[in-house]
Design a protein around this ligand. Structure first.
Ligand code: KG4
Ligand code: ZN
Length: 336
């Protein structure tokens, strides 16, 4: 079964061709970093416009690289939410137009389900497992009992983990996206140079909160500018901030496994590309007898192969009718 995946929920225009749920024949990702970096974050209107300019080229490239023609595609899978509506609409309308013109079945995929299932592009993890999805828009813990069978265990009450990386990078004027630059700086700094607050919330809570940490970083940077308090380098601030995020994420992940009595974990989403997080989960998880799985970094950040994968599992036994193609709509706040 050949699936064409299309992703445009935020600032990556992506298309991929996937065979039988795991063989990636092509995966093309066009980012918009040069456009948004001067603003220190994604500007929704610019993102939408940029998707319009790129999407045809990206889909054509994915088809060319896979050596598959549009006619051979069995199913089109597109991210329908959550995300920026101006961005989502470009992918959804392109997918609808293709499916209608070619009379192919179309399935709408929840972006978070794409992140959750990205690991299946690599290896079949046995159900049930606990999944931690950490991205620019989400920080969530799920119990996953099967394809389409997800139970939310905890979520962020304010900022997402990736968002806090992006905001700290902006405060330090390090550019966008913040995750990779903070990770690089953190490698050269002392993670114990400053103790930033960790929000563990109520006893046994699996929810997250990163806004206090962000405010605390802001105040340390302000003090540094006024030459008050300890002199901390960008590297030390990055390392100490990252340490606080990693400690909270790994502690809650281990707690979720204990509460659910599960021993397999999948960590996914853009922040899961962070090597220090991966190492921390493996070492901490190992101490608690957990088996840890991570998609390759390129499939942690936004891509269309994970959307094609989720679409494959949604449609493999029951292909949607082509008559319903035009009913699909984008939803900025779609829930999993
Ligand atoms: O999954 P993703 O590509 O898009 C969303 O669905 O949001 O995640 C993007 C987020 C950004 O906030 C980015 O700063 C963060 O993932 N990120 C990282 C790293 N690479 C990307 N955070 C920490 N360390 C990284 N190496
Ligand atoms: Zn994402």
């Amino acid at each position: 079964m050949l699936v064409l995946g299309i992703e445009s929920s935020c600032d990556e225009t992506a298309a991929a061709v996937l065979e039988n749920g795991s063989e990636i024949l092509s995966s093309v990702i066009s980012d918009q970093i040069t456009i948004h970096s001067k603003y220190g974050g994604v500007v929704p209107e610019l993102a939408g416009r940029c998707h319009i300019e790129s999407i045809d080229r990206v889909i054509r490239k994915a088809l060319d690289e896979s050596k598959v023609t549009l006619k051979q595609i069995d199913l089109i899978a597109v991210t329908m939410g959550p995300g920026l509506v101006a961005s989502l609409l470009v992918g959804v309308n392109t997918a609808k137009a293709l499916a209608y013109a070619l009379q192919k079945p179309l399935v709408g995929v929840n972006h978070l389900e794409g992140h959750l299932l990205a690991i299946f592009l690599q290896e079949p993890v046995e159900f049930p497992f606990v999944a931690l999805t950490v991205s620019g828009g989400h920080t969530e813990l799920y119990r996953v009992d099967g394809f389409g069978d997800y139970k939310i265990l905890g979520r962020t009450r304010d900022d997402a983990a990736g968002e806090s990386f992006d905001k700290v990078a902006k405060m330090l004027k390090l550019g966008y996206p913040g995750g990779p630059v903070i990770e690089k700086k953190a490698r050269l700094g002392n993670p114990f140079a400053h103790w930033f607050p960790r929000a563990f919330l109520e006893k046994d809570s699996l929810d997250f909160s990163f806004s206090g940490l962000k405010t605390s970083v802001r105040s340390i940077i302000a003090k540094r500018e006024q030459r008050e308090g300890p002199v901390l380098s960008d590297e030390d601030i990055s390392a100490s901030f990252q340490e606080a995020v990693l400690e909270v994420l790994t502690t809650k992940l281990v707690l979720a496994c204990k509460k659910e009595r599960l021993s397999r974990v999948v960590v996914t989403g853009g922040v899961a590309a962070n090597k220090a997080l991966r190492q921390r989960v493996v070492s901490e998880g190992g101490n608690h007898g957990l088996q840890c799985f991570f998609p390759r970094p390129i499939f942690c950040t936004d891509n269309a192969a994970m959307i094609a994968c989720a679409g494959y599992y949604k449609g493999r036994n029951n292909l949607p009718s082509v008559n319903g193609v035009l009913n699909l709509d984008a939803s900025a706040t779609l829930k999993l």
